[in-house]
Design a protein around this ligand. Structure first.
Ligand code: PA5
Length: 448
């Protein structure tokens, strides 16, 4: 099997020639600190050797639960937010037929996501849609108390019970949560739901290869054994490969060098719409891990060539604080050829007979060259194909790259203290018991 490959050549001219050599040692030290558990946030590095530690029995159990849910449900709603849904959505979207979600009659359950916003209209429309469906719920929350997820679960659980009866509802609700604490665990125990544990030492944004991601991915009909095999292959490669053949170490080094040399924004770019949600997952992974202590690259993303017609101008000629990381897929799964047209009014007959992907690849190459010429350094991450195996490689590559990059940056990549600020204000404004002092302070500040 081939491996994910990273090409740094189009970024090297954007920092001093010896800089990359100077970073080899700090990267090696960051890697060693992860391996030895001496890094900042070392109680959250359970993801590091997770793929190779997964047993066939565990994967089989997940597959069996997915099989049961698939048999009993036309729609499976995944309730979760942040790390409790982005990984599953990333993989499901990357591997799914783009229009599969429109086809509810093909024996495949549709996977929907909820519990990731507080929109009244979203919830109303979701509940209306589900009214005529045999639906199940995967309730994913490590803390078990996250407002967005708890709200959706309250609504959906009672709807599921009303539509299916208590006994059947209990068979189509699965909890993925902490081993012992939190409302989701208490509820799962009380109601007898099938449940899975989110390990204590794996934070939400690093949890895609636990039941958090694997169960929804299996419910969508994808091969989680291959996904884990890909991740495990990347884990093995990156654990031992020297810097010059270690994609995660190289990525972590170069993005830190670009940051030190004035590039403050990393744009993750793809040329396949199916990768859109991979970028959403990646944004959380890097943004939440590195954006602290007044530091960190801002992770942004573009879908190309789509966004060349909206963001292309800025990328080409706007403020020169960007660099671009392209995720490129070698071979499409299907064949479509550029058609010929007798009248040739658009002048495009010179493309007739070519694979659409050949045109896409030339757009990709042409854009990379244009962006480099415009002062935007370019990293290229290539996957041979968009399959479970290579998506697994990509997930682990980005996780390790993040752990290393945050280590070199000097932050604790495994906490997210800043996320609490909005919750505190929201609860104070809503008058949550126990928040009386905060409520008074915020009301005074707002002149209420
Ligand atoms: O990465 C993280 O830890 C967060 O994004 C969490 O996953 C997110 O806040 C959801 O938390 P919980 O799973 O406790 O509901």
């Amino acid at each position: 099997m081939e491996n994910l490959h990273i090409d740094l050549s189009k970024a090297l001219s954007f920092f001093p020639a010896n800089a990359i050599d100077e970073l080899r040692q700090p990267i090696a030290e960051a890697h060693q600190a992860l391996e030895q558990g001496t890094c900042k946030g070392n109680d959250f590095i359970g993801w590091l050797h997770w793929p190779t530690s997964l047993t066939p029995e565990f994967l089989h159990d997940i597959e069996q639960t997915a099989h049961n849910l698939r048999a009993l449900c036309d729609v499976i709603v995944v309730a979760g937010i942040g790390g409790s849904y982005l990984g599953a959505k990333a993989v499901v979207d990357a591997l799914s037929n783009s229009f599969g979600w429109l086809q509810t009659e093909n024996g495949q359950p549709v996977i929907l996501f909820a519990g990731n916003n507080i929109s009244e209209d979203y919830l109303f429309e979701l509940q209306s849609f589900l009214r005529t469906k045999r639906f199940g719920i995967i309730n994913i929350s490590k803390s078990g108390t996250t407002t967005e997820t708890a709200l959706a679960f309250r609504l959906l659980r009672s709807q599921c019970e009303a539509q299916r009866g208590l006994d059947e509802a209990r068979r189509v609700i699965v909890a993925v949560t902490d081993a012992k604490k939190g409302a989701a665990r208490t509820m799962a125990t009380k109601e007898g739901y099938k449940s899975y544990v989110i390990p204590d030492n794996i934070g939400g944004r690093f949890s895609v290869l636990t039941a958090v991601g694997l169960l929804p991915i299996a419910c969508a009909g994808f091969n989680i054994v291959k996904l884990v095999e890909g991740a495990a292959a990347m884990e093995r490669l990156c654990a031992t490969a020297p810097f010059d053949s270690n994609p995660a170490e190289q990525y972590a080094a170069v993005r830190n060098l670009l940051y030190r040399n004035g590039k403050k924004i990393e744009l993750l770019a793809n040329y396949q719409p199916k990768l859109h949600s991979i970028a959403e997952w990646w944004k959380q992974l890097y943004g939440e891990s590195e954006g602290k202590d007044g530091l960190g690259l801002f992770p942004a993303s573009v879908d190309l060539t789509t966004d060349l017609h909206s963001m292309g101008q800025y990328i080409q000629e706007g403020e020169r604080t960007l660099f671009e990381t392209v995720v490129s897929i070698g071979k499409p799964a299907h064949e479509v050829y550029f058609p010929t047209d007798e009248e040739n009014l658009d002048g495009l007959n010179f493309l007739a007979g070519k694979h659409v992907d050949e045109v896409n690849k030339m757009a990709e190459l042409g854009t990379r060259i244009a962006h480099i010429d415009g002062g935007v350094p370019n990293l290229l991450i290539s996957l041979p194909e968009l399959t479970e195996y290579y998506v697994g490689q990509l997930l682990y590559f980005f996780e390790l790259g993040c752990g290393l990059s945050g280590g070199v940056l000097g932050v604790n990549p495994f906490n997210q203290p800043g996320v609490e600020a909005y919750k505190k204000n929201m609860f104070a404004l809503l008058g949550k018991p126990g928040y009386e002092a905060e409520t008074a302070a915020i009301r005074q500040r707002l002149g209420l």
